[in-house]
Design a protein around this ligand. Structure first.
Ligand code: SAM
Length: 231
């Protein structure tokens, strides 16, 4: 499968082991992952957040229940909401979410937004699981990019070492543990470079009691669409 499909498959595989009831996809773009995730029976609430409201409005219709969904009802209820907002901000409605997914998002963030991202996600949402993917710059030599990025809108591309040091600081600040994984090309063939897309899977430490102050000004995301599935 194509690389982006491999990324979704990896996320679905990881989530199916954890069976979270509430999942938020940060930087959900065309909502392709949400459209796959909605078929999982364990999930009861999915939210997608993206800065690009018109992109969300353009694809919200594909998340509406179809005839099929009325004929083959779900075991569990499911509501999908799309919000226009920035991942550097916290919205009350994401409190108590079990899992946060963020696929190929962080490399698009400006420095200040990237700086605020960990507190918004790990501090305020504070979910059991966070799955983040980003390009692996070590792999770029195989593309012959000569120091260029893979996409014009990337603000950076991190080596495995850079990504892992960012992740480890988050673990220290917010009491999480982290494991690394990836997708793209058999690692035996590209041993020295790792995977094309690198993944970090964070797990909240069992006994961690985080006491973060409420953000001074709670920004509210704008609800773009809501789909309620029959069950
Ligand atoms: N996660 C998507 C997927 O796997 O199909 C792809 C993500 S796309 C490469 C990056 C997305 O991040 C874009 O849709 C962009 O609008 C969004 N984005 C960029 N900065 C953002 C921010 N500060 N808050 C929320 N979304 C942002």
């Amino acid at each position: 499968p194509k690389l982006y499909v491999q990324r979704y498959n990896k996320v679905l595989e990881l989530l199916s082991r954890l069976r979270p009831e509430k999942v938020v996809d940060l930087g959900c773009a065309e909502c392709k992952l949400i459209n796959l995730l909605r078929h999982e029976d364990y999930v009861k609430e999915i939210s997608g957040v993206d800065l690009d409201g018109s992109l969300l409005r353009g694809c919200s219709h594909k998340l509406d229940p179809q005839a099929y969904d009325f004929l083959n009802k779900r075991f569990n209820p499911l509501t999908i909401r799309l919000y226009q907002g920035s991942v550097s901000e916290f919205d009350e409605r994401l409190r108590n979410y079990d899992a946060v997914v963020s696929i190929e998002l962080i490399e698009h963030l400006l420095p200040k937004t990237l700086e605020d991202f960990p507190q918004a996600v790990f501090g305020y949402i504070n979910p059991k699981t966070v799955i983040i993917s980003t390009p692996n710059a070590d792999f770029n030599v195989l593309f012959g990019l000569n120091g260029c990025f893979r996409h014009w809108d990337h603000k950076f591309e991190w080596t495995r070492k850079q990504f892992q040091s960012w992740c480890e600081n988050i673990c220290k600040d917010y009491q999480y543990s982290v494991e690394y994984d990836g997708v793209g090309v058999d690692p035996d063939k590209t041993q020295n470079f790792g995977y094309c897309s690198q993944f970090a899977i964070f797990t909240k430490l069992q006994d961690s009691r985080t006491h973060f102050h409420e953000p001074a000004n709670v920004k509210s995301f704008q609800l773009v669409s809501e789909a309620v599935y029959p069950f």
